[in-house]
Design a protein around this ligand. Sequence first.
Ligand code: GTR
Length: 430
Amino acid sequence: MLSSYRSLPKQALLGVVFVGVVLSSNWKSGLLAQKFEANYDEAKVPQYELPVLIDAKTAAAKDFASAWELRRTELMDIFAKQMYGTSPTSAYELKFEKIESANCCSGLGLRQQWRVWISTQHGQLPIDLLVFTPSNANGPVPCFLGLNFGGNHTITTDKEIPLTTSWIRENKVNGVSNNNQASESGRGAATSRWPIEQILAEGMGVATAYYGDIDPDFDDEFTNGVHALFPEHRPSAEHPDRWGSIAAWSWGLSRLLDCMSMQIKEVDAARVAVIGHSRLGKTALWAGATDRRFALVISNDSGCGGAALSRRAIGETVGRINTSFPHWFCPNFKQYNLNENSLPIDQHQLLAAVAPRPIYVASASQDLWADPHGEFLSLSLAAEVYQRFPTAKSGSSDAPVMRLGYHLRDGKHDINAWDWSHYLRFMKQL
Ligand code: GTR
């Protein structure tokens, strides 16, 4: 089955010119050439002043929701142009191809595989979407959507899921390289991160795609993956505010949501939560902030560039992340290397941009690299905006309203069934 959808060319942003520091042509050179030593000591957190979340004009407004809308637009524009990069506004076409639909999980679920084709005049890109929904559902169900790190074949042992043919990270077994190709040895390798049966048993669905289908995770100067479909929007020294890989992955999540809302009748598109772990947690946050169709947003151990406050510079810092992963953010973000205090934004403002939709931030006690306390602080600060929205029950269930969720799991940087049990409970409010 093949269905298609043509996007309207989106209106270009009008009249907003962001005045920033113009980067010199060596923006990619090693600004942090000296050895990096992470700080894990609260006493050594530099003095910082956070940018204001609700400015005086917004605070004084009679109608907070309308005033916040303007303030939010202002903040999101800065996040886009200084950190994640703007997404392209030119037209593209979407096609949805149904690959498979089958019973799975010992009769507990329905498994669907779809191929989402994105095309422009410059080429086409397939993204493989894997969706599980409970087989005993009476109607469309709430559903989690998140990208995975290794290919759809890694999240379950189901043999019907083909190995990804996209580029995967190099892995050496007994000194032998995988040549960036998936193999059977990876099948089911990430099942602990995707407790499908636990989710189905709660009457919910879960959908995923491989992030490398959208943009391979290495620095190729933004020429492959979805960047290749929009060469006119390629980041460069002249255009340092254009999308990096996190923004590209997030944009891909929105296209997957397009497919779910237009094609997958088992899913209630008004109750889709975007979720992600680590770099894909940063991605989930940016997707959830930019695309308000996501009804709920979950960040699992997203750390620097995700939920953690940049100014604390605990664990991973802006300079470090831009050096290790020069392609994740837009080139403009590099001007804040070792210079967090001059950032016009910080991450509490990104979390607040999700308001009044529910948001959940989770940390792990041993994941100091991601600064658990900085993640918690940032969520607490975002509450200032949530407090100003009236508390209302959205769904028909008797689940409690929990607009802000946080947990600190004991243990390492990871996402597991214990984390999911909390997300499932939080999700019930939809
Ligand atoms: C680390 C990176 C983190 C986090 C993590 C991951 O190397 O420093 O920001 O994103 O990778 O995605 O697993």
